[in-house]
Design a protein around this ligand. Structure first.
Ligand SMILES: [Zn+2]
Length: 76
């Protein structure tokens, strides 16, 4: 297989950022929400937070700070 290996020396550079998981590249988690068992990832450009369960399938579903506060207060 090595004989037909393409000369992609830049593969390690361009392939480093996992663009399919932007939530991981700038992983900002609200700890108060994370403690309630939520995904709690913060969408930095909007400041909204994912309220789905931890390790939920599919993309994050971001909600505003009001809804996030409801989840936190409901867990106490
Ligand atoms: Zn999420």
């Amino acid at each position: 297989m090595n004989a037909e290996y393409p000369t992609t020396t830049d593969a390690g550079i361009s392939g480093q950022v996992d663009e399919t998981r932007p939530d991981l590249s700038n992983s900002n988690v609200r700890e108060d929400l994370a403690l309630t068992g939520r995904c709690a990832l913060v969408h930095l450009p909007s400041g909204r937070t994912c309220l789905l369960p931890l390790r939920h399938p599919g993309p994050c579903d971001f909600h505003g700070p009001g809804e996030a506060a409801d989840v936190v207060s409901a867990s106490h």
